[in-house]
Ligand binder design. Structure first.
Ligand SMILES: [Ca+2]
Length: 338
């Protein structure tokens, strides 16, 4: 949006989602098509009506599109993408699992009555990763495409790939380099749609600065549990989630580490003072871990990779159930490498 390009400011005509609330006034380098809706109508891994095709179509149309669900039949619809991983999300898009008829977000301040009917599953197969948020480069404009993403109302399970390609590994992958913003809200990550059964990813969410995992309203709460390495790896704001518990926040469904951070500019906010901002981080092996100490690793016996500098951890329940009273312990609460 610089140089000789004409800037056009316009008011979006319709408010359709949280991303758009943030973007009521947009500055665009060119006249951009208003987003389209792509509806997933079956659980096939590929082909017409599949999630795979909806993502490809949304990527192919300039504009902030929505991917919605209207799969016939009652109950949970599991989309098995173990044989062919999903395409990357290469520009701004909303994926809304709550659009499936019968699904609804949580409305309880304590506990969880969300109905999640769309499960995206990697079948505990090493090959695929889940949703990869990675804005693409447009060779026509010689700029990156807008990368504002929202992922809501999904159960994301069984993505156990352990070798990162730098963008994503596990359930939802995003980073400071691949997105402008991301809102991850109202999902079960590593937890089956029943809200009880762990079906972990290797890492639940790979996050980055400026991203929001959860929110202060009950509808935005993610339950991030059962993941074999980390529930959340990265920076950004983490509010209002249950991490390491079942959906009700009453029983353990452990992540190895609930929230892990490593790097040089921590800038992470876990919880806060606003009503609903606190997370429940309980039932894990380690609740929160900042950094990895390599003091015992040859040839850097005293190297410290990171500390928890500039991180804020505030107003959370760590080691209790969601009621804030009943014990639901982690093995370790907060580890800071030094
Ligand atoms: Ca698009």
């Amino acid at each position: 949006m610089s140089g000789t390009t004409t800037r056009i400011f316009y008011i979006l005509p319709v408010v359709r989602g949280p991303l758009l609330l943030l973007g009521l006034v947009s500055c665009l380098a060119t006249v951009t098509a208003w987003g389209a809706d792509f509806v997933v109508t079956n659980t096939n891994p590929t082909g017409p009506g599949s999630l795979d095709e909806a993502i490809a179509n949304a990527n192919g149309v300039i504009g902030e599109d929505r991917i919605l669900f209207n799969i016939p039949g009652a109950g949970v619809h599991r989309i098995d993408v173990s044989q062919k991983g999903l395409p990357e999300l290469s520009e701004s898009v909303v994926i809304d699992g709550f659009s499936q008829p019968g699904a609804k977000p949580n409305s309880l301040a304590v506990g969880d009555n969300a109905v999640i009917l769309i499960q995206i599953d990697g079948q505990l197969n090493q090959a695929p990763v889940g949703l990869r948020l990675n804005k693409g480069y447009d060779t026509n404009t010689q700029q990156y495409r807008p990368g504002n993403f929202a992922i809501r109302g999904l159960s994301i399970t069984g993505f156990v790939q352990t070798d990162s390609n730098g963008v994503a590994t596990g359930g939802i992958g995003l980073s400071s380099f691949s997105v402008d913003s991301a809102l991850i809200a109202g999902n079960l990550i590593g937890l089956a749609p029943d809200g009880e059964t762990g079906r972990g990813n290797y890492i639940g969410v790979v996050s980055g600065p400026g991203n929001i995992v959860g929110g202060t309203d009950p509808a935005s709460r993610n339950v991030i549990s059962g993941n074999t390495l980390y529930g959340i790896d990265g920076k950004g704001v983490v509010n209002g989630n249950y991490i390491g518990t079942n959906a009700n926040g009453s029983k353990p469904v452990p992540n190895r580490t609930g929230i892990y951070y490593t790097g040089e500019t921590p800038n992470i906010v876990i919880g806060g003072t606003a009503p609903g901002a606190g997370n429940v981080i309980s039932g894990n092996t380690t609740a929160i871990q900042f950094g990895t100490s390599f003091r015992t690793n040859f040839p850097y016996p005293h190297t410290v990779f990171v500390t928890g500098n500039r991180a804020r951890i505030q107003g959370n329940f760590i080691g209790t159930a969601a009621d804030g009273v009943s014990p639901l312990s982690n093995k370790f609460s907060i580890e800071i490498a030094y």
